[in-house]
Design a protein around this ligand. Sequence first.
Ligand code: CA
Length: 234
Amino acid sequence: MNKPLILVVEDDSAIRNLITTTLEMHDYRFHTAPAGSAAIVEASSHNPDIVLLDLGLPDMDGVEIIKKIRTWSNMPIIVISARSEDSDKINALDAGADDYLTKPFSVEELLARLRVTLRRLNAMQSKAGTNEQSVFINGDLKIDYAAGCVYMCGEELHVTPIEYKLLCLLAKNIGKVLTHTFITKEIWGSTWENDVASLRVFMAALRKKMEKASSSRQYIQTHIGVGYRMLKLE
Ligand code: CA
């Protein structure tokens, strides 16, 4: 594989330099953008493998950039922001960000997030090339892995990238209880307390959407203090 190309969107030159130095040392290629408008131009002209995105930019809010990129691309976007409120995190993830890193962050943490994201990207690309079962069906739930779409009772269910990943993980392990630690490790590559707290928020949102679209049929069971399980339905 060629060296992965990372787009670094950050207006603070000290942080930008820290990130690009780290990337350079670990065999990544990069482009940089100090503002939102430049970020959109770079993202569309270079099609990076991953975008590292600061939310507080001089010309526009990072969430707007996520929304714009999502109109044409599923490229992974990792938000790096000083905003630590849950609501900020959820806004960015709802807009389509794949992951979130709170400033100040450690270089190791950044590298771990990049590795997990790349692994997932590679797994998706190699799967797209095989004839492996590409549709999952359970009751009225259907996941089209190739298209990355979810359907409930024949209607498309709109889920965020994180919700989609959670759903696929549960589907692949249908019938089994997955622990919080296992899930956060698979989704975020870590088991930080923070991620376990976010997991509860995402699971609650996902379950609500699924139940609303299926006349309250239960697909995901919560095992309090342990984890979650997808139930097998007729
Ligand atoms: Ca900033």
